[in-house]
Structure formats: structure tokens, C-alpha cells
Design a protein around this ligand. Structure first.
Ligand SMILES: Cc1ncc(COP(=O)(O)O)c(C=O)c1O
Length: 400
């Protein structure tokens, strides 16, 4: 049978991150590819105790259908948490509980995009979001990412051009893959441009709480008094990705549309998960919890960075992120990116080529994303030392 698939899924590709992991399988396999939390950062005991409490308190309700917008308990606790340091959400904003921000980004695409629409994105940025935008018909125009955020002049030029872009996708804290953080000034400029050109900002913030150095910065949504910003917050990286709980936040009118789309996709995020997350937020000093997990990641990031400094060829360029889960390095342009990734896979080490996250010129990208949150300390030392040796080998400078 030759299956006649819908046009919108014909071009959809599998995840480059999963591909990298599959290629590198084997004995002693080390994955620097996925963005999973460290098992120690998942509050397993507390979550299981609260799961039991939820069952006892709510009984059969836990196993029933729920409202598509999400449980009031979680929406209330999430609002308190999101507004813990800044007034991110305003009176006129509402919250939809989504099954991960993956779903929030998909729903945002679904409600705003028509076939052939243009959206703008930081370039590079999260490939999973690109897949959602493209599967909903969009063409993505990439705006070059700099160390302190997107190139503002290029963003203005793109916002002013025809066809008018539907939204601008940004990960202001510890961008995936580069780890770059958008400065305060650029956050204000982005909001100002959004208002000037009437373009929605889709602000994706899964990593913002994982800051180990530098100054905490307000979300772009904090400046929003006009309903231009749609804000995706996720509990995956700070509590548990398996619980699939995230929040899509924005003007009530947008969230009302989003709720209808959510009801078509999965009716609601599982009630049990939502109630456990609500109680976790209620019972936990989130500042302490975040400090605890950020410390774990700070140590691992430090170790990875030190090991890179000790073992990588000097022509490889990289910085040290102030948080998040990834370090991004640039190979010299005389090394072929795919050869590098393949050679690492032969050593059973999975890394993700930056081209997977590039919009405008993936063929010219020579960056590599490596994750420090999930590998163990021994894996970081062993795996980074091996890829360090690989950088020397490929740079034509045999060591040993
Ligand atoms: C930038 C970014 N946005 C969104 C997500 C999706 O996270 P989740 O669906 O677990 O909330 C990820 C996951 O890695 C991500 O890196």
C-alpha cells in the first residue's frame, strides 16, 4: 500500500536529538545529546508522597476527565510561582495547563498560523519548536542570535517586511542550543518592536530558573501591558519532564482559543499529574528547591567547561553559559561538522550538530550542542576527554 499522507506531515522530520542518540548506541555509551534533568534533581520522594496524598484527598476524581483549561489548583499555584520575583502575569492574563511546553508551542502555532505564513525566530533555536511551526504551515525566517540576544536591527527589518510575520519566537534565558541569554535592554527593545509592528512574541522559558551565575532578568512578558506576549513556562526542567505539566500564559482572549485546541488534542493534561504538581508548588519553598537543582547543574557545567579547557584544541571556540543545560562550541571551519558528529558516534558519544537548530544557513553551521545535566561526573570527564582528543585528531594535531 502506498499511503497518501497529508501535505502538512510530508516534510515533517524526526527529532535530530533522537537521531544522534540512536547513532551513538553501544557499550559505554555516553549521551551529551538529550536535555534531561539529572535524576538527583527530580524530587522523587516528595512527588511519590504527594501522589499518595492526592489519591487520598481527591479519590476517584483523579481518574476522571478534567476541564481542558486545567485544574484551578495548578493554575493558581503556577500563577503564584511565575509571579514569585516579577509581575510576569497581569490581571488580564489567563493560564492554560498544557502537556509540556511542547504542546503549548504546538497550540500557539495552531491558533495563529495559516499555510504559507511567516514567523520569525532566534537563529539558532529549539528544533522541536521549528517542527511545530512548520507542521502548522509556517515558513521560518531566522534572526541571528548574538551573545546578548537577537540582532535587534535585523529583527526590526524583518518585522517591518512583507509578508507580515505572525510571531517572533524567542528563548531569552539560556537559549537552546547556544546557552545565550538576552540582555535587559534587548528584552525591552523586543517588546517595543512587537508593539510598534504589532507582532506577537512567543516567549519560551523552560530554562530561566536554572541560573547558576549572573543576574536574574525579568521575562519579556513582565513588560507586556498590551497583550503582545504569549509566555510558555514549563515545569519539566525544574520538577519533572515525565509529569508533562507546563503553562501557556497570555491574554484571556488568546487562551480561550487555545483551550478549544487543547480540548481537540488530548481533552486535558492528566488530573493526577496536575494535582501533584499543584501540591508540590504549594508545599515547596521554590527558591530553595531551585537553588538546590541549580547548584547541581552549576557543578556539572563547571566540570564540563574545565574538562573542555583542558582537552579541546585551541581552534574550538566556546563560552561558559550562566545556566541552562547546554554548552555550545564552534568547530573551526576547516572541520566538517557531520564528520565530527559521526566520529563521536563511533566512540559511542552522542552530540547534536548545531545545524539541527539553524534556520537560515544550516549547511554553514559548525556548532555542536552538548548537555551537562544528564551525564554523570565520570561520563563528563571520560566523554569530554574523548571528544577533546577528537578535536585534536581532526584539527590535524595528533596527540599521544
Ligand atoms: C527551548 C525549549 N522549549 C520547550 C521545550 C519542551 O519542554 P517540555 O515539553 O518538556 O515542557 C524544550 C525541551 O527540551 C526546550 O528546550
Amino acid at each position: 500500500m502506498v499511503y497518501d499522507y497529508a501535505t502538512k506531515v510530508k516534510g515533517t522530520q524526526g527529532s535530530p536529538i533522537r537521531d544522534a542518540i540512536v547513532k551513538a548506541q553501544g557499550e559505554g555509551f555516553i549521551s551529551f545529546a538529550a536535555g534531561f534533568p539529572d535524576p538527583q534533581a527530580i524530587p522523587m520522594e516528595k512527588l511519590s508522597r504527594i501522589s499518595q496524598e492526592v489519591l487520598e484527598e481527591y479519590g476517584i476524581e483523579v481518574f476522571q476527565y478534567g476541564e481542558s483549561i486545567g485544574r484551578a489548583e495548578l493554575r493558581q499555584q503556577a500563577r503564584k510561582f511565575i509571579n514569585m520575583d516579577y509581575d510576569v502575569l497581569k490581571e488580564g492574563d489567563d493560564i492554560l495547563v498544557t502537556s509540556g511546553s511542547t504542546q503549548g508551542l504546538y497550540i500557539a502555532s495552531k491558533i495563529f498560523l495559516n499555510e504559507g505564513d511567516v514567523i520569525l525566530s532566534e537563529d539558532p533555536a529549539f528544533s522541536g519548536a521549528f517542527a511545530s511551526f512548520r507542521s502548522n504551515g509556517a515558513t521560518i525566517r531566522g534572526i541571528r542570535m548574538e551573545e546578548d540576544g537577537v540582532d535587534i536591527a535585523a529583527l526590526e527589518e524583518a518585522m517591518a517586511s512583507e509578508p507580515k510575520p505572525k510571531f517572533f519566537y524567542t528563548i531569552p534565558n539560556f537559549n537552546n542550543p547556544t546557552g545565550y541569554t538576552t540582555s535587559f535592554e534587548k528584552r525591552k527593545a523586543i517588546y517595543w518592536l512587537a508593539k510598534k509592528y504589532n507582532v506577537i512574541i512567543l516567549e519560551d522559558n523552560p530554562y530561566g530558573y536554572l541560573r547558576s551565575a549572573g543576574e536574574d532578568l525579568p521575562a519579556i512578558k513582565t513588560f507586556d501591558t498590551t497583550g503582545h506576549v504569549l509566555y510558555a513556562a514549563s515545569l519539566s526542567k525544574i520538577i519533572s519532564p515525565g509529569m508533562r505539566c507546563a503553562l501557556l500564559c497570555g491574554a484571556k482572549e488568546i487562551i480561550a482559543k487555545a483551550v478549544i485546541q487543547k480540548s481537540l488534542i488530548d481533552s486535558s493534561t492528566p488530573i493526577w499529574n496536575q494535582l501533584v504538581m499543584a501540591k508540590f508548588l504549594e508545599q515547596t519553598d521554590m527558591r530553595n528547591h531551585i537553588r538546590y537543582i541549580s547548584d547541581i547543574y552549576e557543578r556539572k557545567c563547571e566540570l564540563m567547561h574545565e574538562t573542555m579547557a583542558a582537552t579541546f584544541h585551541e581552534d574550538v571556540k566556546y563560552g561558559k553559559p550562566e545556566g541552562g543545560m547546554f554548552i555550545y562550541f564552534e568547530l573551526p571551519d576547516y572541520i566538517n561538522l557531520q564528520d565530527f558528529v559521526n566520529e563521536a558516534a563511533k566512540m559511542h558519544i552522542a552530540v547534536v550538530p548545531g545545524s539541527a537548530f539553524s534556520v537560515e544557513q544550516p549547511q554553514r553551521c559548525n556548532g555542536v550542542r552538548i548537555n551537562f545535566s544528564i551525564p554523570t561526573v565520570d561520563q563528563i570527564i571520560d566523554g569530554i576527554t574523548k571528544i577533546g582528543a577528537l578535536t585534536h585528531r581532526l584539527c590535524g594535531d595528533q596527540i599521544n
